[in-house]
Design a protein around this ligand. Structure first.
Ligand code: G6Q
Length: 544
């Protein structure tokens, strides 16, 4: 048994869960008219309502006791101080510095001058592209950006660029290619004019197989369309920590944007990895995104834990995962602009907290990172919500919605939000056998039909959710929302005593794919693997 699951705070929560599991959420609402006020928090224009979670004041007190026991404040301070909290890679985790305005030291050096220098370089580059001063090889203005990157070098900027589409007012359209499947790059290039296309090769290491393959194919395409070797410099930029590899690829060092090993891939959208976003929405809006995150960082670092949004969001997740046995977590944005948000969070949460050993290398005996999934509402309602309402799994859910849409269209936004609120209400309250019977009687159904149908139409309720409402999806609000989830993930990692900033599972995939690529290219049959893998390799070779 681990010290965590035997600790006083953990055992107290376990005992308390047995009490709370007997409580009906709808009864808790009936008993306390101030439940919403008591169990919701605000930060700037973000309202976080967690009153539809199975909690009372004692739950919060016990969760906070767990946070104190696990030294949450100490770990928050260490992250902000630039300590090397990513212990397996001996690195700091300083995404907060990328949007910061105060000196932050790691290895005795303030990182802020370098951060500011790259932001200034981005400003010059963005302005030159947007104004047409840096044009393509025929002298035409660049109109399309293709970001080539994968994982952390794709999901963040792709999600943000999509979410901020109303701010694409600079005549530059961003596209994102990640998959090594040739279909991804080919389908995008089919629509583009090489003379007006700029490629941004985004790779922290500049060694990732998929990204380099796509980058080489993009270059071949450009040359095949009439550009010369000397034109490459006008059409390629790179974002990386690996200057040598970027130069070897032939990218002009002036068009290389640096970042640093203290920025994790999935935490890097605030760095020059955000370049395609900045090109599409302009530097002013990119700075607004950073400012939103910076404000949330300040809140995270200074607000009391019980008033701290990321802390409470993280602790509620712990309550669900470790005490109520939630098997997954649904992210349900009622905002089409956030349609990539669940995929982005999937990486953030599952890559950060999908770990089975503690910081000290001990195997854990409790659940850590959960499965994150989701789709925008209302689409999900016509697909998987059935399982949320009546399935046998415990799934916790976050609903996210803006009060104002960027796309005012008739009554659409009211209808959207009506669905959002109705779903969380139905999940919480359910529909009792009595209510179902009354409904069917009113419809004139006979007793036999009622008896037969009744169990199918009952909703047990008590399905937990948290709702995040914000005024409008502006760059500032989006920055704050993303930072909220980044810090939520950190809070949970501290409770679980795991390192959220490494990703050995990803590294394994990179290594294995390289080995098997050699087998696929060889004449001889593969024999070095297990029978299944050899069989699959050899089948592919004979059918390719
Ligand atoms: C993120 C992960 C991973 C990484 C990609 C791309 O935290 O480390 O998703 O971002 O594997 O790596 P490169 O940016 O080095 O190409």
């Amino acid at each position: 048994m681990s010290t965590l699951t035997q600790s006083p705070a953990w055992l107290a929560l376990r005992a308390h869960q047995m009490v709370m599991a007997q409580q009906r959420l709808r009864t808790l609402f009936q008993q306390d008219s101030r439940r919403f006020e008591k169990y919701s928090l605000s930060f700037d224009d973000i309202l976080m309502d967690f009153s539809k979670q199975p909690i009372n004041q004692e739950t919060i007190d016990l969760l906070l006791a767990l946070a104190h026991q696990q030294q949450l404040k100490y770990w928050i301070d260490r992250m902000f101080a630039g300590d090397k909290i990513n212990s397996t890679e001996q690195r700091a985790a300083l995404h907060i510095a990328l949007r910061g305005d105060q000196p932050v030291y790691t290895d005795g050096e303030d990182v802020m001058p370098a951060v500011k220098r790259v932001l200034s370089q981005m400003t010059r580059f963005v302005s030159a592209i947007q104004s047409g001063e840096s044009a393509g090889y025929t002298g035409k203005k660049i109109t399309d950006i293709v970001n080539i990157g994968i994982g952390g070098s794709d999901l963040g900027p792709a999600m943000v660029a999509d979410a901020l589409k109303p701010y694409w007012t600079h005549g530059v359209i961003p596209h994102f290619v990640s998959n090594v499947d040739g279909a991804h790059l080919s389908q995008i290039l089919q629509r583009l004019d090489p003379a007006t296309t700029l490629f941004v090769i985004a790779s922290k290491t500049f060694t990732t197989q998929e990204t380099l393959a796509n980058a080489h194919s993009a270059r071949t395409w450009l040359l095949a369309q009439g550009a010369g070797e000397n034109d490459i410099a006008r059409h390629f930029a790179a974002v990386s920590t690996n200057r040598v590899a970027v130069e070897q690829f032939g990218i002009d060092p002036d068009n290389m944007f640096e970042f640093w090993d203290w920025v994790g891939g999935r935490y890097s959208l605030w760095s020059a990895i955000g370049l395609p976003v900045a090109l599409a929405v302009g530097m002013e809006n990119f700075h607004a995104l950073l400012a939103g995150a910076r404000e949330l960082d300040r809140h995270f670092a200074t607000a009391p834990l019980d008033k701290n949004l990321p802390v409470m969001l993280g602790l509620i997740g712990i309550w669900q995962i470790n005490f109520f046995g939630a098997t997954s977590h649904a992210v349900l944005p009622y905002d089409q602009s956030l349609h990539r948000f669940p995929a982005y969070l999937q990486q953030l949460e599952m890559e950060s907290n999908g770990k089975g050993v503690t910081r000290d290398g001990e195997r854990v005996d409790y659940s850590t990172g959960t499965i994150v999934w989701g789709e925008p509402g209302t689409n999900g309602q016509h697909a998987f919500f059935q399982l949320l309402h009546q399935g046998t799994q415990t799934v916790s859910a976050d609903f996210l919605a803006p009060c104002r849409s960027h796309y005012p269209l008739g009554n659409h936004h009211r209808m959207l939000l009506a669905n959002c609120f109705a779903q969380s209400e139905a999940l919480m309250a359910g529909k009792s056998a009595h209510a179902v019977r009354m409904e069917m009687e009113a419809q004139g159904l006979d007793a036999e039909s009622i008896r037969r149908l009744l169990p199918h139409k009952v909703f047990v309720g008590d399905r937990p959710s948290t709702t995040l409402l914000f005024n409008q999806l502006t760059p500032t609000t989006l920055g704050a929302l993303i930072a909220l989830y980044e810090h939520k993930v950190f809070v949970q990692s501290v409770i679980w005593n795991i390192n959220p900033f490494d990703q050995w599972g990803v590294e394994l995939g990179k290594q294995l794919a390289g080995d098997i690529l050699n087998d696929l290219s060889r004449e001889q049959l593969a024999t070095a693997h297990d029978a299944s893998t050899n069989g699959l390799i050899n089948h592919f070779k004979s059918h390719h």
